[in-house]
Write a protein that binds this ligand. Structure first.
Ligand code: ZN
Length: 279
């Protein structure tokens, strides 16, 4: 990913998606000139008086991305695997951890606080999707379901899709217990390549949250990359952010680091409406 600054707003864009005409997208960074960006309060929770911090953050970010704030569709994320297909402006997606649409002028939005957010785009059919891929969504194969929905319902073609796996907690920072490992082993292909036992007793001692329990590292980004490839995307069309939300304290909130008070970053992506100029 690459950092850009537009309308005074610092954010990240995927290199592979930044050349797509009509696609506008960005991942928010916390540190801004005016203070901190935080998207922990959802669009629907915002009072209409314009004074709300998150509302103005959403407004600022949408302006920078040249997207219409009022048309933003945000799902209520529940670490599930439901994909909502947005077929008209103003549609309420409800509880969902995946969104996809073909409609121009209806930006999609998700928030994260360690879980990677994944964006998928078919530049030929102009189908856009995104998913919230924490460990629960990942073992339920949310990105596979997203791509399949984009193909079945919106005529997208996986072989021409581009994807970006956004910032999230990295493999070495993401420690999980036996419960997660069991789910990973039961649900994901080549699971052994995605996990690594933490065998160093010193590391175990310092980092183990629940004393005495065996812990593993789990690679969320790679798990989602493999899932996208298994469903037909080309490896060269999948970009990994290379960012760790746990380590990059200044730029990202992290649930594992900051606990319940952690803020949220946002991924917003939308198709610009056709105009006479850009066709
Ligand atoms: Zn890390």
């Amino acid at each position: 990913m690459r950092e850009v600054k537009k309308c005074g707003i610092r954010h990240l864009v995927f290199e592979g998606l930044s050349g797509c005409r009509r696609l506008r997208h960005g991942v928010s960074l916390r540190r801004q000139e005016f203070g901190e960006f935080d998207f922990s309060r959802g669009k629907s929770e915002q009072a209409g008086d314009g004074s709300d911090q998150c509302s103005s953050n959403l407004n600022r970010f949408c302006q920078a991305l040249e997207l219409d704030e009022k048309s933003v569709v945000q799902a209520r994320q529940v670490h599930g695997a439901k994909i909502a297909v947005i077929e008209e402006a103003g549609q309420e997606p409800g509880l969902a951890d995946g969104l996809c649409t073909k409609i121009a002028g209806v930006p999609l939005m998700m928030v994260g606080a360690d879980c990677p957010l994944v964006v998928v785009f078919d530049p030929i059919v102009q189908v856009l999707g995104m998913a919230h891929a924490g460990w629960r969504g990942t073992v339920e194969q949310i990105v596979r379901r997203l791509v399949e929905t984009m193909a079945d319902k919106l005529q997208g073609r996986p072989e021409q899709m581009l994807a970006g796996i956004g910032p999230g907690i990295c493999r070495k920072c993401f420690m999980v217990g036996e419960d997660v490992i069991t789910e990973v082993m039961n649900n994901l292909a080549e699971a052994e390549q995605l996990i690594q036992p933490i065998d160093n007793p010193a590391v175990q001692e310092v980092q183990s949250v629940r004393g005495g329990q065996r812990r593993w590292n789990f690679d969320l980004a790679r798990a989602n990359q493999k899932q996208l490839m298994a469903v037909g995307l080309a490896k060269e069309n999948i970009e990994l952010s290379g960012c760790c939300t746990f380590e990059q304290i200044v730029e990202f909130p992290s649930y594992r680091r900051d606990g319940k008070s952690a803020g949220r970053w946002a991924l917003i992506a939308g198709l610009a409406k056709k105009t006479k100029i850009n066709g």
